[in-house]
Design a protein around this ligand. Sequence first.
Ligand SMILES: O=C(O)C(=O)C[C@]1(C(=O)O)C=C[C@@H](O)C=C1
Length: 79
Amino acid sequence: MGRIDEARRRIDELDSRIVELLEERLELCRRVGEEKRRAGMGLRDEAREAEVLARLPHRWRPLYRMVIEECLREQARGG
Ligand SMILES: O=C(O)C(=O)C[C@]1(C(=O)O)C=C[C@@H](O)C=C1
């Protein structure tokens, strides 16, 4: 296998793992959403979002904003 093919194979594997982790994160978001609903809280928590983003390297923050938006959509779908 050439170097490009080998690197691409590893990229594909990593992408699968990343998606698995994102699904796991989404499941936890679902749980948080249920608890917030039960407690009569709003779903969006801007202070918490700022905390989450502050822990990440700058370059990944735009991507993570999308992850958080998907989490909120998932929470809004639940009920
Ligand atoms: O921590 C929460 O309260 C969540 O609902 C999770 C999460 C996130 O994806 O990290 C999503 C929405 C909130 O606005 C803040 C954070």
